[in-house]
Unconditional design. Structure first.
Length: 318
């Protein structure tokens, strides 16, 4: 009997409840509701053979889990052209007008078959929206296709669909702390900025966490201003690095300005007395005298001794 890719993915993840379901065992009652509901679907899918489906009869998923299915598609096209489609996609029946099916997972395989002008091998099952999302999340998480930010966006979409964080953590195979970071980045970094940067598969999570920190700082630029800092050219990783550098410069400039303001305005420069080493500056109720030549520093003592006399002269004249 052929095994569905999703079942293989779950085996790699060590998902005991779902693997047991595929074998016909009872699912753990403590499993999240979404995962338990998937057990029957997995059993049905693994028990049927894939069929050839016209790609024109397939509509896209309501929630995309990849930014750009065309990324790296040439290699997959060549692989299918040479060796055929090795892994079936999973489709579900649609309701209403339009294409007969909706893709659950395998968007890139369908795109490659569309380019080649051939039918796609796929399993087709009846499943509701939640079951489809769980299948989509499990399959792609196990195959490590999504980048950090794609995972983050998908996690927020699952949360918006009513999934609990416990369920999301299970289907994405991430712990509570990682899930919090994923959702935090996707919620705090403007969507327009994320999509202009791109998936950035090679970037990892650290740059995205740094970008989140910078856009959350006090007096951070507006969303539109941040968007304008993203370069038009370059790879996604290069764009991500560039916008982080630009925001850091803005933050540094603001900090320097705040420190300067705290210190107060810079004093006016000293006025040099012609042909002497004596310089002075007066402001308000203060007079500063400096002598740069060591031999003439006695002038300071002389001024001190003459202050009382100078004051009396000034008082008499005024």
């Amino acid at each position: 009997m052929k095994r569905d890719l999703l079942a293989k993915s779950l085996a790699q993840m060590g998902s005991k409840p779902l693997i047991a379901a595929e074998a016909g065992s009872k699912v753990d009652e403590n499993s999240p509701r979404s995962l338990k509901s998937m057990s029957d679907v997995l059993s049905q899918v693994s028990a049927q053979a894939a069929q050839d489906v016209d790609v024109n009869e397939i509509g896209d998923s309501e929630i995309a889990d990849r930014f750009d299915v065309s990324e790296g598609l040439d290699d997959l096209i060549e692989s299918i052209r040479t060796s055929g489609q090795q892994l079936p996609a999973l489709l579900r029946y649609r309701r209403g007008p339009g294409p007969r099916y909706e893709v659950v997972y395998g968007r890139r395989r369908i795109a490659a078959c569309r380019v080649l002008g051939i039918k796609v091998k796929a399993y087709v099952k009846e499943m509701d929206h939640r079951e489809a999302l769980v299948s989509q999340a499990l399959e792609n998480s196990a195959r490590l296709e999504r980048s950090f930010i794609e995972q983050a966006i998908f996690a927020t979409k699952l949360e918006d669909q009513g999934f609990t964080r416990a369920e999301i953590g299970d289907v994405l195979a991430v712990d509570k702390g990682t899930l919090s970071k994923l959702i935090g980045v996707a919620r705090d970094v403007p969507d327009a900025v994320i999509y202009k940067i791109g998936a950035a598969h090679e970037a990892g999570r650290r740059p995205w966490l740094e970008l989140r920190r910078l856009v959350k700082t006090e007096n951070a630029p507006s969303d539109r201003s941040v968007l304008l800092l993203v370069p038009e050219e370059g790879t996604a990783a290069e764009k991500l690095s560039a916008v982080i550098d630009a925001l850091q410069k803005v933050a540094d400039a603001q900090q320097n300005a705040a420190e300067s303001a705290a210190k107060g305005p810079s004093p006016a420069p000293l006025k040099q007395m012609p042909a002497t080493s004596v310089a002075f500056r007066s402001k308000g109720q203060r007079l500063l005298i400096e002598v740069s030549d060591r031999k003439e520093r006695g002038f300071i003592n002389f001024v001190e001794t003459q202050l009382e006399r100078l004051y009396k002269e000034w008082k008499e004249k005024s």
